[in-house]
Design a protein around this ligand. Structure first.
Ligand code: KG4
Ligand code: ZN
Length: 338
């Protein structure tokens, strides 16, 4: 049995987790800073890193206590840590925490790509079989990723502009909803009708790319137009119509990729993977791909958390991918395009 302690601090969640064999979560302590950023309508990097500093040791204590792990190094095998992508000031805090812990307890450091973490969280649902295709949809990324095995990530398509979660947050801001708006729009969409025709969020060419800026502009124009005419808009109908356009694009591109690349598992990962319409529509799509198992990340692990870093850390640990105390952040880290 391999027990990995994992640190995650790439954006506005400070999290430490202990994960056994990459799929059993012994603890997953998460401190969120959403309240501090809400009044600014987005993450303020300077505020975020200060919060991480305040919280990291408390979150660490919580993770150790919940998992019933004492500070005896013999109980742990490695320290996994997110080194990118993310905000540099935020990443640095988790990285320093992880290095200090590793040094104090004589443990190896396993560097983890945050995006691989989101995908590896599928293991908390069921084991991934390869080749696998992942739709990674978060606040910063929207990608279709092909995996031949645990350590090979190739991007088939990605967004040309905004990420899917970012488009939810921008529309939420327009509607004066609290940040981040994904969950609120998801709930509102259940109560409305798809009365407004918005463009789907796809790049037009014959590829696997997405584009959300045209959709965002169409929503902005719709709202401004109504304001100019003194009309009140039905926010619920707008939420339904907007969400339909996002889900159509994500599912449309996924369908094409599944047709072109027969895979054993299809993974839905990232913060936007919590979206109920997206989960259900993909489940229906996967019914027509009987050779492919649908593995959505369990809802509680779709947002940023350290358990997912422990899961991806285990992949790297098995491959012998370790880093020294000179490990640096890589804020722009991404997978390779093919
Ligand atoms: O993966 P994540 O927690 O952080 C990043 O790595 O970016 O993703 C956060 C994003 C936010 O944009 C948030 O609005 C969106 O995920 N989100 C949702 C839902 N829950 C969170 N978007 C749509 N529907 C949801 N239910
Ligand atoms: Zn994330």
């Amino acid at each position: 049995m391999t027990k990995i302690i994992a640190f995650e601090s790439s954006a506005d969640e400070t999290s430490v987790a202990i994960v056994e064999d990459g799929h059993i979560v012994l603890s997953n302590a998460v401190a969120t800073q959403i309240n501090s950023h809400q009044r600014f309508g987005g993450i303020v990097p300077e505020v975020a890193s200060r919060h991480h500093i305040e919280w990291i040791t408390r979150v660490l204590d919580d993770a150790l206590a919940t998992a019933n792990v004492s500070l005896s190094p013999a109980e742990l095998d490695a320290v996994a840590v997110t080194y990118g992508p993310g905000l540099v000031g935020s990443l640095l805090v988790g990285l320093m925490g992880a290095k200090t812990f590793a040094l104090a307890h004589n443990l190896p450091i396993v560097p983890v790509n945050h995006l691989a973490g989101h995908i590896a969280a599928a293991n908390f649902n069921q084991p991934i079989r390869y080749p696998a295709l992942a739709l990674m949809v978060s606040g910063g990324h929207t990608e279709l990723v092909l995996m031949q095995n645990e350590n090979e990530f190739a991007v088939l398509g990605e967004t040309r502009d905004d990420a899917a979660g970012e488009s939810f947050d921008k529309v939420g801001r327009l509607l004066k909803l609290p940040y981040p708006a994904g969950k609120t729009i998801d709930d509102m969409a259940h109560k409305g009708q798809p009365t407004i025709k918005f463009p789907t969020a796809m790049a037009h060419e014959d590829n696997y790319d997405f584009s959300f800026s045209g959709l965002k502009s169409a929503v902005i124009n719709y709202v401004h137009h109504a304001e100019q005419k003194g009309e009140t808009i039905d926010q619920y109908d707008l939420a339904t119509s907007f969400q339909n356009a996002v889900v159509d694009a994500l599912v449309g591109r996924t369908k094409r990729a599944l047709q072109d690349y027969p895979v054993k598992s299809f993974i839905l990962a990232g913060g936007v993977a919590a979206n109920s319409q997206l989960r259900e529509t993909l489940e229906a799509l996967l019914a027509s791909f009987p050779e492919t198992t649908y593995i959505p990340v369990p809802r509680q692990y779709t947002g940023d958390n350290a358990a997912m870093i422990g899961a991806a850390g285990y992949w790297n640990y098995k491959q012998g991918i370790f880093a020294g105390l000179d490990l640096n952040t890589d804020p722009g880290l991404d997978f390779e395009l093919i």
